[in-house]
Write a protein that binds this ligand. Structure first.
Ligand SMILES: *[C@@H]1O[C@H](CO)[C@@H](O)[C@H](O)[C@H]1NC(C)=O
Ligand SMILES: *[C@@H]1O[C@H](CO)[C@@H](O)[C@H](O)[C@H]1NC(C)=O
Ligand SMILES: *[C@@H]1O[C@H](CO)[C@@H](O)[C@H](O)[C@H]1NC(C)=O
Ligand SMILES: *[C@@H]1O[C@H](CO)[C@@H](O)[C@H](O)[C@H]1NC(C)=O
Ligand SMILES: *[C@@H]1O[C@H](CO)[C@@H](O)[C@H](O)[C@H]1NC(C)=O
Ligand SMILES: *[C@@H]1O[C@H](CO)[C@@H](O)[C@H](O)[C@H]1NC(C)=O
Ligand SMILES: [Fe+2]
Length: 628
């Protein structure tokens, strides 16, 4: 009987004349478990809503109306809706939650999400906004209107008006449902380098399971298009490691398809589209996209790489962001989109979208980066906000992933790793070799990862690929970030102690990190000392690795210590990213650009010949014999 009451309430405006209030007292015990995250990165805004405490206070004359009812009639996967709403008893902390599926209050509460009677809500909204946002008269008149941007996320949407703020939400009115014309449409393709240089992988999301349609990519350079099959992966609630991913933050991530486009011709431009062949023989298509195939390893041509960490996502309609969770995210994305024709590959080294267990945010992140990720390989690394969860094999036992324990990142994005649950891999791009480490797994000598790192660094032919780049999420090298200075380590403890001999021996040119939300560049440094003074131009033999922190992709900035370290050369507290340009085998340029204006604020060039990499530096001298 109680559960049918819940259903009635959703059509409750007619049914419940006058004011009808259900009160309930809720278990508070799960709150602390649900809503604790690493302090350094702020809070996922959705975690502020105590959705499990929600009560019903359906008001007979309150309403929310959403229009249009059907979105994406021209095939768009992103559209604006307009809400009109009214509440006879308004308050300045009234808010509107966007829910999907639309019938949210009838969704089943999982056992872990201890259900309380009368029924509470078991699902977090996918976003929210205050009812008086840009409606100054709302707290007097109770009337307002709001424009919100929706993306196609495989299900319908409804908009619910709550009073009582975020901590004691009371559901006042629910709108009509709104849906995309084809909610199952294939969306948000992301490219990634395959395991070999001439393979591009395309990963996308749809609402079609394998028993309903056959997924594939149709692609061509010139002439007849060919079709490559795609595999399909799903994610179940039971694969989540804890709350909120397993409870209020759970939302079905849909079907994740990956296709492997093989035997590509170097540098050739290809056009592609995503397809699903339905069982009745008809096809569902995405729009057309294109990419340029990667250069042959060692090939000399202009090669431009963008690198950053910790970008996150943000809502173009201003929702969710009262907390300033990732204030720089949209600027970074927009700046890269603007310069996309001058970018060949992107590396996002961890802390991708900070969904932190609110799974709807992964769709919103992949939608935000779509212009970039559908056009150039978007290579990701693993960060604490993707992976960490106690007792699940992460090197750190904190709760930064909100219960995702890596499953979302490892499924939503392809990486050419041997085992995607161990997120380290190498990838070659022309004159570059990238060795991407996974700081959420142990990297110390003797571990599987340490062996991988050494193998990645040792197995490159520097005459062909002179530019050897090491990447990781947490700062394994050097950082003057305030939090690292408080620890006294100026790095992630056990980082450089474990790896500096490898960087030196194999002459890693540049090591880049995220996690600290700022930009910093060192001198060429080994064992805490500058081997050479910092400069904007390095010529001659390799001296030591330059370490760069580029964690200002978008998440709230962090500050530097006022202590001066001898190795720190340039520091900036702002949003930005790094661009590496290899002009040829002897000239590499690093530029640090701000996301706000795209201009260069720090740069240096490495200029050298092949024999200069062979030269003997401290801890890197090859064995020789006196025999002739
Ligand atoms: C709610 O909607 C989903 C699909 O959007 C459907 O699968 C489910 O059966 C609905 N639940 C109820 C109780 O109507
Ligand atoms: C009314 O709404 C505005 C925002 O539009 C808010 O700043 C103000 O504090 C509210 N006034 C009261 C009395 O709640
Ligand atoms: C095949 O099925 C889809 C989805 O049910 C439908 O939209 C389409 O019109 C059907 N096509 C044919 C040729 O029957
Ligand atoms: C750096 O420059 C200073 C002064 O210009 C000089 O004294 C010092 O020896 C240099 N250090 C290195 C490592 O070259
Ligand atoms: C490499 O490129 C740089 C920058 O364009 C140029 O100055 C230099 O002459 C080139 N070197 C060779 C060997 O082509
Ligand atoms: C985003 O870029 C705009 C335009 O340059 C700038 O005014 C704004 O401050 C930037 N936002 C952030 C958070 O840096
Ligand atoms: Fe991080």
């Amino acid at each position: 009987m109680l559960s049918s009451l819940c259903k009635l309430l959703l059509i409750g405006r007619r049914f419940c004349g006058g004011i009808m209030v259900f009160y309930m007292l809720i278990l508070l015990g799960i709150i602390s478990n649900l809503f604790s995250f690493g302090a350094s990165s702020g809070e996922q805004p959705l975690s502020r809503i105590a959705i499990h405490k929600a009560t019903f206070a359906i008001h007979g004359s309150a309403y929310v109306k959403a229009s249009p009812n059907v979105l994406g009639l021209k095939g768009e996967n992103k559209e604006w809706v307009t809400l009109e709403y009214s509440h006879p008893d308004p308050s300045s902390d009234d808010w509107i939650g966007v829910f999907s599926p639309a019938n949210f209050s009838s969704s089943v509460c999982e056992p872990e999400n201890e259900r309380v009677y009368p029924p509470t809500l078991c699902t977090s909204p996918i976003k929210f906004q205050y009812a008086n946002y840009k409606n100054n008269a709302y707290n007097k008149t109770g009337k307002g209107s709001l424009k919100l941007q929706l993306i196609n996320q495989r299900d319908d949407f409804s908009f619910a008006l709550f009073s009582g703020g975020f901590s004691n939400p009371k559901l006042v009115a629910v709108s009509n449902a709104v849906i995309f014309a084809n909610p199952k449409a294939p969306v948000y393709p992301r490219l990634a380098q395959g395991k070999s240089w001439n393979e591009m992988t395309v990963t996308w999301t749809s609402g079609y399971n394998i028993d309903e349609a056959i997924p594939f990519v149709e692609w061509f350079a010139q002439g007849t298009p060919i079709r490559s099959p795609a595999g399909t992966l799903t994610i179940s609630r039971s694969s989540m490691c804890g709350a909120p991913a397993r409870t209020v933050g759970w939302r079905d991530p849909g079907y994740i398809h990956t296709s492997f486009l093989k035997d590509l011709w170097p540098n050739l431009k290809y056009t592609y589209r995503l397809g699903h062949k339905l069982s009745n023989g008809s096809y569902v298509w995405s729009r057309l996209y294109s990419f340029r195939a990667s250069p042959y390893p060692g090939q000399e041509s202009l090669q431009r790489v963008v690198i950053f960490g910790d970008m996150g996502k943000a809502e173009a309609d201003g929702s969710n962001e009262y907390n300033n969770f990732q204030p720089g995210s949209l600027n970074t994305t927009d700046q890269l989109v603007k310069d996309l024709k001058n970018i060949d590959i992107v590396l996002h080294i961890g802390d991708l979208c900070y969904a932190n267990g609110y799974l709807s945010q992964w769709d919103q992140f992949t939608a935000q980066i779509e212009p970039i990720a559908s056009t150039v390989p978007y290579m990701v690394g693993s960060g604490n906000h993707e992976r960490d969860w106690p007792g699940t094999g992460s090197f750190y036992g904190n709760k930064d992933s909100g219960g995702e324990c890596g499953v979302l990142a490892e499924t939503m994005f392809y990486v050419p790793a041997e085992n995607r649950a161990k997120f380290w891999y190498k990838t070659d791009y022309g004159m570059f070799r990238f060795c991407v480490a996974d700081t959420e797994h142990d990297w110390r000598p003797g571990t599987e990862q340490y062996k991988f790192i050494e193998h990645c660094l040792a197995s490159v032919d520097r005459q062909k690929q002179p530019w050897l780049i090491f990447l990781a999420h947490r700062v394994l090298g050097y950082s003057s970030d305030y939090s690292y200075s408080v620890e006294g380590s100026f790095q992630e403890p056990m980082g450089r102690e474990s790896l500096q001999e490898l960087w030196q021996k194999y002459k890693v040119d540049i090591a880049l990190y995220g996690h600290a939300h700022n930009y910093e560049r060192t001198c060429p440094v080994y064992q805490n000392s500058c081997v050479r003074n910092a400069s904007n131009l390095y010529t001659g033999p390799f001296a030591a690795t330059t370490h760069v922190v580029v964690g200002g992709g978008g998440a709230a900035l962090s500050y530097f210590t006022t202590l001066r370290t001898k190795w720190s050369h340039f520091q900036d507290v702002d949003y930005g990213f790094v661009k590496l340009t290899a002009f040829n085998h002897s000239t590499l340029l690093l530029e640090y650009k701000k996301s706000s204006d795209g201009k260069v604020y720090d740069h240096f060039t490495i200029s050298r010949d092949y024999r200069d990499i062979l030269a003997c530096a401290f801890d890197s001298c090859a064995r020789t014999t006196l025999a002739t």
